[in-house]
Design a protein around this ligand. Structure first.
Ligand code: MN
Ligand code: MN
Length: 423
């Protein structure tokens, strides 16, 4: 409720009415007082930020304040509390194994993020993320280096491919898969996004663990394994472990049965290499969802690049909350929620952002290099509403009634959803 509305509600209450009289003049006066009080409050806040009111004689975490000035001393337009919208992979403990490491930002770290969780993983050249499956769908983007991925379909066909920087893969829940680091460099690093907020990378169904917890005679009956073969099986989970580099992709494809067992579906996608979905002088956006990457049924994504000063325009998504991963640069985001709540935070590479379902937001590049980030949704489609586009599709009189701006001013507002606007 706006201060103005509050003022009117107050004016409508019986005791107030008795005092003021119920006339419309009194209501109008009350409304005017509300507007003035609001403006006055904002001015006072701005003034206070530059006088001794903002002084802080006690202790402070200087590096953290320097990194996130908007959080500690927010713009005067911020108001109220909308819960956490920021976390960083650099605060998440790394599980280091021989052959690589992993760490995760889930609902445990960022409690409002009910829909999606993220894992950042590194595997060295030749090393494996052990063969496994899990309860959530897995969306991934390669951040550095190369990997070979495999995934089995329920009909027995197999998908094998190599992925490089900027490529995606998608493995549906329950589908067994593998990831192996390749050359020519030292393996790879990637981001995994799962469509369960409470997903844990430490709770996946591992091949070695299942066999270690199955009676030997059952393994013999089921898979013809001899006693000596069973004696060689790992006795505890492998998870991430070193191995030799595989043969070429063509050799591996032939080795498993060639065309006869080839998956009819593609589980990888070249996102960075695709033409931008939208491009303006402020940057560009690449949208990948089930429309252009059909297997990606439960997770939609966009890769946004903002030039210095560029703005991911004021917008919202009608179908899901948003989970963000910042890849490069420096940015600032404000999230808007009812009633009259707004929260601003600064973001750097390796940070995670969260936006509650349908909440309004913008992201501004506040650095002097490109700001690159991912917008992720638990949805089959990427959908957004542009504030500018909405305003420009309304009859101008309707806009004037709400915002007190004239038609000439309205016509200067961009009419289309541009996604990114130059600074
Ligand atoms: Mn997985
Ligand atoms: Mn967004």
């Amino acid at each position: 409720m706006s201060d103005q509305t509050k003022e009117i509600e107050f004016a409508k209450s019986p005791s107030r009415r008795t005092f003021l009289g119920a006339g419309s003049a009194a209501l109008a006066t009350a409304a005017f007082v509300g507007l003035t009080a609001n403006a006055q409050q904002r001015e006072d806040t701005r003034k206070a930020e530059h006088d001794h009111s903002s002084s802080n004689p006690g202790q402070e975490n200087k590096p953290l304040l320097d990194e996130n000035p908007s959080s500690n001393v927010p713009p005067p337009t911020d108001h109220g509390d909308i819960g956490p919208i920021w976390y960083s992979f650099d605060l998440a403990r790394k599980r280091v194994e021989e052959g690589g490491w992993t760490h995760q930002v889930t609902q445990r770290e960022l409690p409002p993020s009910n829909d999606l969780a993220g894992v950042n993983m590194r595997i060295t050249r030749g090393s494996f993320r052990e063969l496994h499956w899990h309860t959530a769908d897995e969306w991934a983007v390669m951040l550095d280096g190369n990997a070979r991925v495999t995934v089995l379909n329920p009909d027995g066909t197999m998908f094998i491919d190599d992925v490089s920087k900027g490529d995606l893969w998608y493995f549906p829940a329950g589908y067994p898969h593998s990831i192996q680091g390749l050359g020519p460099g030292d393996g790879c690093e990637f981001l995994l996004v799962f469509d369960e907020g409470m997903f844990s990378e430490d709770n996946t169904f591992l091949l070695s663990a299942w066999l270690a917890h199955t009676p030997p005679e059952i393994l013999t009956k089921n898979s013809n394994l001899s006693q000596s073969a069973i004696a060689k099986l790992p006795t505890e989970e492998l998870y991430i472990f070193p191995a030799d580099l595989p043969r070429s992709l063509a050799q591996d494809r032939t080795a498993i049965g060639g065309k006869g067992v080839e998956s009819p579906l593609r589980y990888t996608f070249k996102m960075e290499a695709m033409a931008p979905t939208k491009k303006t002088p402020g940057g560009d956006i690449r949208i990948v969802d089930s429309r252009n990457f059909p297997v990606s049924k439960s997770i939609a994504a966009s890769l946004v690049t903002l030039k210095p000063g560029g703005l991911r325009e004021l917008h919202w998504h009608p179908n899901a909350s948003e989970w963000q991963f910042y890849l490069a640069g420096k940015g600032r985001m404000t999230v808007f929620m009812p009633p009259e709540k707004a929260r601003t935070m600064d973001f750097n590479a390796n940070d995670v952002g969260y936006i509650p379902p349908v909440a309004g937001h913008y992201i501004e590049n506040t650095g002097d290099t490109d700001l690159v980030f991912l917008e992720m949704f638990k949805a089959d489609r990427y959908i957004d509403f542009s504030l500018n586009n909405w305003i420009r599709r309304l009859p101008p009189e309707m806009v004037t009634s709400h915002l007190n701006i004239d038609e000439t001013t309205i016509e200067k507002i961009p009419a289309e959803n541009q996604a990114v606007i130059a600074g």
